[in-house]
Design a protein around this ligand. Sequence first.
Ligand SMILES: Nc1ncnc2c1ncn2[C@@H]1O[C@H](COP(=O)(O)OP(=O)(O)O)[C@@H](O)[C@H]1O
Ligand SMILES: [Mg+2]
Length: 380
Amino acid sequence: MLLFQIMGLMCSKGSDDKDASTTETLTVRYQELLATVERLEEVQKVTEKEKENLMHLLQLAMAGNQSIAQQLEHVQDQLPRNHDLEFVSEFRTKFEPLDVLGQGGYGWVLKVKNNLDDWEYAVKRIALHKSKVDLKEALNEARAMASFVHPGIVVYNYSWIEEPPSYWQIRSDEKMLNNLNLRCHIPLYRHDYSFLYIQMELCQFTLSKWLDENKHRDLKRMKSWFRQIVSAVEYIHGKGKIHRDLKPCNILFASKDHLKICDMGIVIEQQVDGEFEKTMTVNGTGTEEYMSPEQRALTSLNISHVTSASDVFSLGLILAELCVVMTYHEKVRIFDNYRRGKPSFVFENANTVEFIGKLTVLEKRDRLTCKKMLDEMYLS
Ligand SMILES: Nc1ncnc2c1ncn2[C@@H]1O[C@H](COP(=O)(O)OP(=O)(O)O)[C@@H](O)[C@H]1O
Ligand SMILES: [Mg+2]
């Protein structure tokens, strides 16, 4: 009964609303609100008094001067939270959040302390809309991480899925940020989102941060870092996979001179035909800046053609950035030139020019493999 009354009120208001986008937002909000109320009714945790209050607030929303959207937000805030108490989050039970390390469209990476073993970890939380595709892609990341055991790859610990009640996650994130005194954008997760958590080794900072903050590049040191990265990528390729998103912010420092690759978000399986690796046709995804030309050359169907040699091209660009300090604009120009087959000569060392040249050949079959790179004098 309550639901019908609310619906009636909202429909009569929504129909003469002139702003389509506001109406759309309101409709989504309203559906979310309904879902919450339904859930509350389902678990019979809403008292008659609370229902009355809710009705009253909605009526105010209709009649008040404030926008309906604002009022609805207020109403959502007022909803009884008994159901929150029923949900036990494994994350909140096992870990103490310490910091936000990374944020993206997918969700967050948090620095945490495990309450039992008293050790610090990184936990990546990936928001999943309840579609099979989302879950498959996210599990692909956890499974790839779990299958890689190499000193140059971030150590995977454990993963699990949580399905909190509507709005629980947003409230919990708000509380957590308040406790940590942090200001971060909290995504407005839809009420039916669930979350995949991946617990992993905590690293210190990204290679992109180091590159931004350090203007001195010692060639010997850079080569030793690069060798570690190549050896990890060789391992990934040896496992029949392609990383597809190699770039400095997916490379972390485990300690002072020890680098590790992270973010297996778009790792894919190589396709092999006899002895030879076949070119894969994949959906265009990844970060354009460090992409090989073939990965970047999307067809009209948003499809690109990649092999493990596409990772090698990205490695070539990463080495270029390790060897010479570039402004953002210089970097864009130099990388674009490599993608057009024009090598750069900004490097002091002629061997560096030659080596990067071998990784960025336009014909992907002619690029060095990671295995061959490790045998080259340049990296010894
Ligand atoms: N294990 C980790 N230790 C420390 N920081 C991490 C770790 N994993 C990720 N991060 C931080 O979070 C950011 C985003 O993580 P990533 O797995 O790359 O997610 P996305 O898929 O959004 O790129 C990284 O660039 C890094 O700054
Ligand atoms: Mg990343």
